[in-house]
Design a protein around this ligand. Sequence first.
Ligand SMILES: *Cc1c(COP(=O)(O)O)cnc(C)c1O
Length: 356
Amino acid sequence: MVKNLVRRDIREFDPYKTNQIPYKIKLDANESPFDLPEKIRQKVVDFFLKGPELNLYPDTESTELRKILASYWKVDSDNIVVGTGSDQLIQVIINVFVEKGDKVICPMPSFGMYKINTIIGGGTPVEVPLKREEDFEYDIDLFIETAKKEKAKVVFLCTPNNPTGGSIPKADIERIVKECPNTVIVVDEAYAEFSKESSVDLIFKYDNLIILRTFSKAYGLAGIRCGYSLSCIEMAEELSKVKPPYNISSLSQYIAILTFKEREIIDKQVEYLIEQREYLMRELKKIDKIHVYPSQANFICFEVPDASLVHKKLEAKGILVRSFGNAPVLGNCIRISVGSKEQNDILLKELSECLK
Ligand SMILES: *Cc1c(COP(=O)(O)O)cnc(C)c1O
């Protein structure tokens, strides 16, 4: 009965899958290996002892958090909208701009939520393939051409791109934004702390640009669900209209503020992970039968002769990685998060064993 009542486009719909199995080392979701720093934990305890006022609704505008983010980015608080993870903002963007049948350009392969949210929102995703033979580079001309041909409402770009790891040069991003003035261009910078490139300053030049950032990756706060957008104020006002009220819990707002204030701790973790990424890249390249794709993120994508088999063998040893099996464009690719030195060494050892 239920099935017959469900919207037709949702009936056949392929949901986002996550791993919830026991593990020793978890390298499948691009998470940080660092839990909340001790110094911040103590402050969270103090916050609780003082009375966290959990009987009251949280500040729906995340005023304090937006204020410190704004001062860091040298923008106004009104340029920023905070979401329950940047995931929520992807959904908000679709809800604001996409009507039934409107086209949304999604890179392929890239983050699955662009397509999923487009379908849920009633839009039509148009996938533009990346160039696998050129290390999964974005074909900028093809993006512009397709956006124009399809009269796309929204174009999603992801840099560094999940799951492949490469960055889009900033000049290329600006070209797309400039040449598609009637399309909203969303630049997802979920991993930009690891590439040290950002297009945030372009929001003052182009009103059709939205940048997405998150606390889930470099900040090691995937568990609090907090992300934000930067855009011109007019755009931010439209997004705010649709954002659910009270979306960020008081506790999440508090932890995000504290962690952002203790950025030096995070900066050191980022430096460590970049070093570990370079180490892993060098070591992976030494293993026979592996082809490694370049990465500017906290994860690495590589190709093996049989990804499903490697995935299964690693899983049996308690090591979780993301396998793309025979997914289109990503056939036989595996993605691993960069972990601690200790985790990375175990992974390298077990992976070489698997491929013997
Ligand atoms: C992990 C990730 C996000 C973020 O998610 P949150 O909802 O902020 O946890 C956004 N975009 C990409 C490409 C990601 O990989």
